[in-house]
Design a protein around this ligand. Structure first.
Ligand code: NAD
Length: 333
């Protein structure tokens, strides 16, 4: 019989790709998400392949509100991707929601995993735990998140380790520090999606600061490779970087988008954003050693696939990926 796994955040960008891969690899998958496949256009498009699959069960629910013991009965592994993501919205009044989902739900889920005898929880952590990176970031480096979002992701990681290291626990945990993930289905608030949509629609892309911030962009299929491998990695409580293999500036990424789409990206300039790290770059030695991980998709090829996917969307879904119109206070470049 196929092992049963749970994916939280299954209707989201990375979660839905993971669901597709797990189904293709013969797992029985229970996907939990707040968003309904019938009613939420992005969820519907993300889970098009999965929703009618005989080994997929969709649970539309808030993880804070459901019976976790019932959910986890007979489950071998949990991939915990549900979160409130994004650095900018984590400042201010949105923060309680980040704490509720990213910290409290994570803790409750870990405790329920231990009770249910789940063997492994794979946690979607983030490069944002590093803050001002010593380049390239290694897992043993000090963590100093620059945003409230990063603080909640680090708290989630630490909870994973605390639960796994309890003397009476059989649960093991792997926290994957994803570095800026992109590709088809990427959240519309994220940079590569906004750049491509700006090229396709003429709606300006807002550059925060001088555009010299460097990011290690990671193609979503590579992230899924690492995430699936983390389910069986030889580990009890460990953090592992998952990056794309190269770090480029925002300006360089913009040029690549222009080359790939054959169109200019109109720009608006805005100030630096609080909490944005100046540079992210991953040391991948641990990922190679423990996960056999090697990123396969270079940035140009990944952007081309991302752009092709956005172009292929029918009108109602395409609308969902339109970038926000820049505020009047932002200066046209
Ligand atoms: P996403 O927003 O597309 O997916 C997250 C999903 O979680 C959403 O569909 C949302 O509805 C669901 N969710 C949120 N709260 C929930 C709750 N209480 N109960 C049930 N479902 C809930 O985000 P994503 O970009 O796919 O990110 C997935 C994970 O990876 C997150 O944990 C994020 O912090 C982490 N991560 C992402 C990136 C990236 O570049 N996208 C980088 C580092 C880490």
């Amino acid at each position: 019989m196929s092992p049963t796994v749970v994916v939280t955040g299954a209707a989201g960008f990375i979660g839905s790709h993971l669901v597709d891969r797990l189904l293709a690899a013969d797992f029985a998958v229970i996907g939990v998400d707040l968003r309904a496949v019938h009613g939420d256009i992005r969820a519907q498009f993300n889970l098009t392949a999965a929703v009618n699959h005989h080994r997929y069960r969709a649970v539309q629910a808030d993880l804070a509100m459901i019976d976790l013991d019932a959910l986890l009965d007979g489950v071998d592994c949990v991939f915990h991707l549900a979160a409130v993501p994004g650095v900018r919205r984590s400042w201010g009044t949105g923060f309680p929601d980040y704490v509720r989902v990213n910290v409290l739900v994570t803790d409750a889920l870990l405790a329920a995993c231990a009770r249910a005898g789940v063997r492994r929880l794979v946690y979607a952590s983030s490069s944002s735990v590093y803050g001002h990176a010593v380049s390239p970031s290694r897992e043993a480096h000090a963590t100093l998140p620059l945003s409230p979002y990063g603080v909640t992701k680090l708290a989630g990681e630490q909870l994973c380790f605390a639960h796994a290291l309890r003397g009476d626990s059989r649960l093991s945990t792997v926290a994957l520090r994803y570095f800026t993930v992109y590709g088809p289905r990427q959240r519309p608030d994220m940079a590569i999606s906004r750049m491509i949509m700006a090229a396709l629609t003429g709606i300006p892309y807002t550059v925060f600061g001088d555009g010299q911030q460097r990011r290690e962009f990671t193609y979503v299929d590579d992230v899924v490779d690492a995430t699936v491998a983390a389910a069986t990695a030889d580990a009890t409580a460990v953090a592992i970087n998952v990056g794309g293999g190269t770090s480029v500036s925002v300006s360089q990424a913009l040029h690549l988008v222009e080359e790939v789409t054959g169109r200019d990206v109109p720009l608006h300039r805005s100030g630096e954003q609080a909490g944005d790290a100046p540079i992210t770059v991953a040391d991948l030695d641990t990922a190679r050693r423990l996960l056999g991980y090697q990123p396969r998709t270079d940035l140009r090829a990944g952007i081309a696939q991302h752009a092709d996917w956005l172009r292929s969307l029918p009108a109602p879904a395409f609308q969902e990926f339109l970038p926000p119109v820049p505020a009047a206070s932002e200066v046209p470049a």
